[in-house]
Design a protein around this ligand. Structure first.
Ligand SMILES: *[C@@H]1O[C@H](CO)[C@@H](O)[C@H](O)[C@H]1NC(C)=O
Ligand SMILES: *[C@@H]1O[C@H](CO)[C@@H](O)[C@H](O)[C@H]1NC(C)=O
Ligand SMILES: *[C@@H]1O[C@H](CO)[C@@H](O)[C@H](O)[C@H]1NC(C)=O
Ligand SMILES: *[C@@H]1O[C@H](CO)[C@@H](O)[C@H](O)[C@H]1NC(C)=O
Ligand SMILES: *[C@@H]1O[C@H](CO)[C@@H](O)[C@H](O)[C@H]1NC(C)=O
Length: 592
């Protein structure tokens, strides 16, 4: 049962509270203590600084079950502000825990802050990451697995193992150098490599991969079936995932069970997660390649950058051999789009639904509002580089939107985000979409750039109802899937193409809709959606007790008790327990 007390946060009273609560049949609590700090690693053979959680890069997987309460005390040991966001966790009626700049003041360097949220009515595979300052480029991420409760069956046989694979493009430059490049209008260029769970590639080509690179080995038993949870946690590169000689049976996309279909490879775009069932049905004459290679990048650099791990059967008769399995259709995105369109929701699978109350038959619901959001790549606005949606680049105010809203601080934001592109020059603003609570909205994401972008919505799962090349028009609705589109939280939008999503706004809060590609997001390609609601029983939970104040509200910050010298505390705890043991021992010695 989940009552973990780790490292420096041992808190007996919380554990007792948990025991009491479980006696009364409440949802279980799970506790984590995380120290987020820099660490040194050489994923591509060159020493560099990465962001680790409790010394691990990537961080630990958050392995929880539907409806569990998750408490994570995060201590920021970086040299800059930190927020962790739990992308895909819906934070029902609780955007206070979302960990993005519009909902929370950043945790200053040297401080800690405790997240407290419930993974309500959800299942699936997601990941967490640091949301500010381009930090995800240095790591700080980890998997989130939300298991089904025992009483809810999964729509396939129980797998023999559950394996999380975090794949990402990777640069030798630090996150600070990369963000400076972005600010100065430089392109990121092709990545220096692709990582698997923080490891560089197996040396599949002696010219391309240096000698001293550690790679990931995945050990399996013949005949068994494993669930692979694969997330693209990278900066901006779409990755094609495949395993030599093995089929991938797609079963889940970010919390929706899909119609189970066979793929030999699948494009996983930035921020997306999928579960595959993979059966170890080969003869194990050798090990096999697991590959994640950049999609739609110049082949000259694409070759250099492939990520390669090894699949190793326990009865393997020899080392891996031959070339990597082929990357389908190089630069042509239509293969990729057709593949995306083939992914369907399994309507008969039972699971905690991402959108409760009826939106399951989303094709029959009347749309209340339509937003056409056109993204433009970086451009100079007042002499600085910015990226826009409908001509607006989000200006991050020093006071988070949520706090400004609660305390009625005037002038922090406006509720006038345009529902379609305006014929006016691009500019910076803090303009929110003023949505209608319980509205059912259609959002068209139109990509006018030349690279694949992905968009993520916090607080919700949305239905990906359609995508196509060209400019969206009302007629485009004729190709919508109104029946079994998947509900997920991150969708790709191909260059020169559109993607339409539909979402039921039943979750109060102020929620972030953003480009998940770090370079676009960092330059302001995001907007917040205000889902305000005054009905008592469905409004948001109150402000958390431990709220950090900043910006125009910084005078409300009571004390700085977060500034605990943890290393000292730990030592003291050790000393006192040693003293206690010593005392007991001497007492025993005295008695006998
Ligand atoms: C995750 O938790 C579930 C249930 O609590 C457990 O059965 C499973 O083995 C865990 N998975 C991993 C990878 O630790
Ligand atoms: C910081 O950590 C301490 C020690 O575990 C904890 O008591 C305190 O509540 C935390 N502070 C915040 C703001 O979460
Ligand atoms: C859909 O889910 C049902 C119920 O769990 C399962 O039996 C069935 O195999 C699934 N169908 C497909 C095509 O994946
Ligand atoms: C590939 O890279 C070369 C040299 O950097 C560049 O001239 C060319 O336009 C690129 N091609 C594509 C399809 O991006
Ligand atoms: C925002 O929406 C709410 C509810 O739909 C409405 O009452 C309010 O007047 C709107 N505010 C603005 C500034 O449009």
């Amino acid at each position: 049962m989940p009552c973990f007390a780790k490292l420096w946060g041992i808190n007996l009273s919380i554990c007792l509270l948990w025991l009491l609560r479980s006696c009364y049949g409440e949802d279980p609590y799970v506790f984590y203590d995380w120290r987020v700090s820099y660490a040194t690693a050489s994923p591509l053979g060159t020493k560099q600084q990465v962001i680790a959680v409790n010394g691990q890069f990537p961080g630990p997987t958050l392995n929880v079950t539907t409806n569990w309460n998750v408490i994570v005390n995060v201590r920021n040991d970086l040299d800059e502000p930190l927020l962790i966001t739990w992308a895909g966790v819906q934070q029902r009626k609780n955007s206070w825990q979302d960990g993005v700049s519009g909902t929370n003041c950043a945790i200053p360097a040297g401080w800690n802050w405790t997240y407290d949220f419930q993974v309500k009515d959800q299942i699936g595979s997601f990941f967490y990451f640091p949301s500010l300052n381009f930090q995800r480029a240095a790591g700080g991420y980890g998997g989130i697995t939300i298991n089904n409760r025992k009483i809810i069956p999964i729509p396939f046989g129980a797998p023999d193992g559950d394996i999380t694979l975090l794949i990402s493009d990777w640069y030798i430059k630090s996150h600070k150098e990369l963000r400076k490049d972005i600010e100065e209008g430089h392109d990121l260029g092709a990545p220096d490599g692709v990582l698997f769970n923080g490891f560089g590639p197996f040396r599949y080509d002696t010219n391309l991969v240096p000698e001293n690179v550690n790679f990931l080995s995945v050990y399996v038993d013949p005949g068994k079936t494993y669930r692979l949870r694969v997330s693209n946690v990278g900066i901006s590169t779409s990755l094609n995932f495949r395993i030599q000689n093995h089929n991938l049976i797609l079963v889940e996309t970010e919390g929706s069970y899909t119609v189970q279909q066979k793929y030999t490879d699948l494009d996983i775009h930035v921020g997306q997660s999928y579960s595959f069932l993979v059966t170890m049905d080969q003869d194990a004459t050798s090990d096999y390649y697991i590959v994640a290679s950049p999609r739609f990048v110049n082949s000259s650099s694409g070759g250099k950058a492939a990520g390669v791990a090894l699949l190793r059967y326990s009865n393997s008769q020899g080392p891996v051999s031959g070339p990597l399995p082929d990357l389908p259709n190089g630069l042509d995105p239509s293969y990729s789009m057709n593949q995306a369109k083939s992914i369907r929701w399994n309507l008969t699978a039972s699971a905690a639904r991402p959108n409760p109350q009826g939106s399951f038959r989303y094709g029959q619901i009347t749309v209340t509002d339509v937003y056409v959001l056109v993204s433009k790549p970086a451009e100079l606005i007042d002499g600085k580089w910015h990226a826009t949606l409908n001509g607006l680049s989000y200006f991050t105010p020093s006071t988070p939107l949520k706090l400004a809203h609660l305390y009625n601080v005037p002038g922090v934001y406006k509720l006038d985000f345009p529902i379609k592109p305006m014929n006016r020059p691009s500019r910076l603003d803090t303009s929110l979409i003023n949505a209608t609570y319980r509205g059912f909205v259609e959002i068209i994401l139109q990509n006018s750039g030349t690279t694949v972008q992905t968009y993520h919505l916090d607080g919700y799962a949305f239905f990906v109802v359609g995508m196509d090349y060209g400019t969206w028009t009302e007629n485009s609705r004729s190709i919508y899937n109104k029946d079994d589109a998947v509900a997920r939280c991150t969708t790709q939008v191909y260059p020169g193409a559109w993607t339409a999503i539909m979402v039921s706004l039943d979750n109060s809060g102020i929620w972030n809709l953003r480009a998940e590609n770090l370079n676009s997001w960092y330059l302001g390609q995001e907007v917040y959606i205000n889902v305000d609601n005054s009905e008592k029983d469905s409004s948001e939970v109150p402000l958390p007790d431990n709220t950090i104040y900043c910006g125009l509200l910084s005078s409300l910050q009571r004390d700085q008790s977060h500034r605990i010298d943890f290393s000292r505390m730990q030592k003291l705890a050790c000393v006192s327990s040693t003293t206690l043991v010593a005392l007991v021992v001497s007492l025993l010695c005295f008695l006998f």
